[in-house]
Design a protein around this ligand. Structure first.
Ligand code: GRF
Length: 189
């Protein structure tokens, strides 16, 4: 099986990146991670890229020349899927159009609920009993593209922002990996 080439965009810790790298190293997994792009040169996730010998680049895609350079790099590396994993910048319409339906994201809520930031706080304020994470296509509207897969967790009375974050993030790792399998099984069927 020929694995598709992918790039993961990060800004921070990169724990989803690590989970995706581990999945991608499984024999039958549909993608390889060939490149990591970060907007933040101090992102801890870059250490993960280094550890696994994955090429990484720092780009500020808001700067037009860097956007063009990034697009060239992605093309040269034949990247056919972009996975946003804790990438904190909003991608331009131009970029999203160029990668039409080939950019996916993971968000720590059951979309369409709680788009944007501070999801755990909002879940607690609204006394939700259930929350979770969503893997979705990236469209021009924030956190609004078609959902590929969601996973749920129960919110307990004693949960706080930190405990929710831990529970949701541990679901994210399997959710992201499974969503990519689902994506490619849909494409090939
Ligand atoms: C994740 O919770 C993801 O849902 C959100 O940003 C966080 C990134 O965490 N978009 P990490 O950098 O993968 O550890």
């Amino acid at each position: 099986m020929v694995k598709k080439k992918s790039c993961v965009f990060i800004s921070g810790a990169g724990t989803n990146l690590r989970a995706l790298i581990r999945s991608s190293r499984e024999y039958n997994y549909p993608i390889n991670i060939n490149l990591v792009i970060s907007d933040n040169k101090n992102a801890l996730g870059l250490k993960i890229a280094k550890k696994y010998n994955i090429d990484y680049k720092i780009f500020d895609l808001k700067k037009n020349n860097q956007l063009e350079i990034a697009l060239r790099v992605l093309k040269k590396k034949k990247i056919s899927l972009i996975c946003l994993a804790g990438y904190m910048k909003i991608l331009s319409k131009k970029f999203i159009k160029r990668f039409n339906k080939r950019i996916i994201n993971i968000h720590p809520s059951l979309l369409p609920k709680y788009k944007g930031l501070d999801t755990f706080k909002k879940v607690l304020i609204n006394k939700e009993k259930l929350t979770g994470c969503s893997v979705h296509f990236v469209s021009e509207k924030l956190d609004s593209g078609k959902i590929i897969l969601q996973k749920k967790i129960y919110v307990e009375d004693n949960d706080d922002i930190n405990s929710l974050k831990t529970k949701v993030q541990s679901k994210e790792y399997t959710a992201y990996s499974e969503a990519i399998v689902k994506l490619y099984s849909n494409i090939s069927s």
